[in-house]
Design a protein around this ligand. Sequence first.
Ligand code: MOS
Length: 728
Amino acid sequence: MTTTTNIAAVTGAVGSSHIRLEGRDKVTGAARYAGEVPFAELAHGWLVLSTVARGRIRSVEDSPVLAMPGVLAVLHHGNAPRVDTDYVGMLGRPNPVLGIFQHDRVPFVGWPVALVVAETSEQAREAAEALVVRYDEEPHDVAFSSGRSDAYTPENTPMVQAETEKGDIEAQLGASAVVVDEEYTTPEEHHNAMEPHAATARWDGGRLDVVDSNQGSTWVAGELASLFSLDPASVRVRAEHVGGGFGSKGLSPHQVAAVMATTVLHRPVRVVLTRRQMFSLVGYRSPTAQRIRLGADADGRLRAFDHQAQSLTSTVHEFIESSAVMGRVMYDADAHHTLHRLVRLDVPTPTWMRAPGEAPGSFALESALDELAEKCGMDPIELRTRNEPETGPVSGLPFSSRNVLACFEEGARRFGWADRDPRPGLRREGRWLLGTGTAAATYPSGVGPSTAAVTAEPDGTFTVRINATDIGTGARTAIASIASDALEVDRDRIRLHIADSDLGPAMIAGGSTGTRSWAWAVTLAAAELRERLALGGSIPPEGITARSNTAEAIEALAQQERHSFGAHFAEVAVDVTTGEVRARRLLGIYAAGTIVNPLTARSQFIGGMTWGLSMALHEEAIRDQASGGLVGADLAGYHFAAHADVPLIEADWVDDPVPDDPVGIKGIGEIGIVGVAAAIANAVWHATGVRHRDLPIRPDRVLRAADEARRRAEEEARSRSEEEVRSA
Ligand code: MOS
């Protein structure tokens, strides 16, 4: 386990573009998703969700429904199998929402209260909609706002440190020539993957077999084993094709419901979520209220850095949207403070959503940096250059590689930043005011232990087995290139088996860690296989197999600040008489290690940037205070960027070698969204002279801000002229 030399580009598969291996299957419909795989004797479950935000279930009136056509069972807290939620899984303690039908308490609108199972999906739906559930309702509170007196500082989790602190913030703010002290807000946002969550469960020869749509079958199999107190070896989970995940596809109530139902009915049961159900059952991004205080010398050098972020969680489970982590990596100061606070409300528990933490955090932080640049009379890139840290501002650790300034430099050159007049509100083209803005991006480069097996077959092909998941990113295609280089054989001699927990444990497709983790395992196994093949001899019919486990190699990695970095540039046009904001150009330049497949990597970056644009201008889930539920919880009511909203987007990268990763990979799944909303908001300021600190930048907000700016300008002009009259 000492292979840490960078083997990329031995055969040149890594670094060159390849179309998705399964692309043809997907566009022709041959690829089957979890809700489509056929099973004999399949029954269909339909979840019934609570309609009240807080209270108790008084009754589930299942008798009339059981008499409806095709209905096989109604599971609820009065009759469902017991599950155990007292365990620590791969990513921590389970969300209690997985303990469905275990008690009569209802902690939010959309809590699962029953599963109706029937012969057909239509019969199940009909019966589920007819099921009467009565509640004893209690008053609820779903009102997230900044500065709530019941906000508290959560305990640290293995993933998030709640607070970091060095130096005296107040003293350094007092000694600063320039101070920015502002609050930024982002709304509740939802990931709603193209493919709805779906699972089919059945008992097969004493083993639980689940065909699923998830981001990691090792993870989901482990959770199901714990929940149902099963030997992990008796649980198999597969996820052959997955139509998007974005943090939402782990374990959710529908898989648990399917396992319960198949256990009760002794036949395969499928549960598919509707879009509306996805809005309450699979997590979302918490709204945030973030206060940032920056203090700097007149030349822009930071003295004080304070980022305090408030988000919400449910009453049953704690989730921290880690918005304040970005400054721990990006900017140093004599005094440095970052803090997360939570408010518990009667709402579903939020979860990871593409670039959890950094996505909303970067909006606040990179907007505040732009405000500081404005106050210092400095170019925002120059301000960042002056504050470029030598080592991790909080950790003191060296960076494995950083190169964020190289991204700004290359981005500025390509975007034409040098000609920019920094003054706001000056450029006009017909009814449009034009502006440009920039922001930094970063996301952690993580890696998790994984196992892989590589087999040399007698026919000269190689079989690679790894429990990776391709959630639409092109993971299969990337792994083929990595194996090709590691084995020094053409890609067409490689066969892949992925997305099956029986292949052995492997990292999830999440946290931008998938490709890096799987590449490491495949590279190690391939190296071992080549050593064995080098000994000579013929290959037996079953082939020769080498296995790897990266746990030790990862454990031995040097402690460093490991992150991908980037710079985003945006050009916008704003019509202040209609409030319309159009993004005209977006450019992202990244320093993100080895880019395995430029074709699909560009898709990842552009997809992230498109989401950043959507976050800046469109996305916002509205919670109805009276009912506690969401308004318009579907893809018609939840507004997001459509094709016509998306301008020319370019993504590219600078050379960014990582010496101690076998393939030099950092991970690119999430960084594309980070900072884009800030770059757009900064461009809107440059266009109009008005700062927007609340997302999304809706037309009504642009209009109101323009009105206020006009009123202020008129008042200033009036008081100036009055003063002139007085002094005359
Ligand atoms: Mo990502 S939010 O870790 O799928």
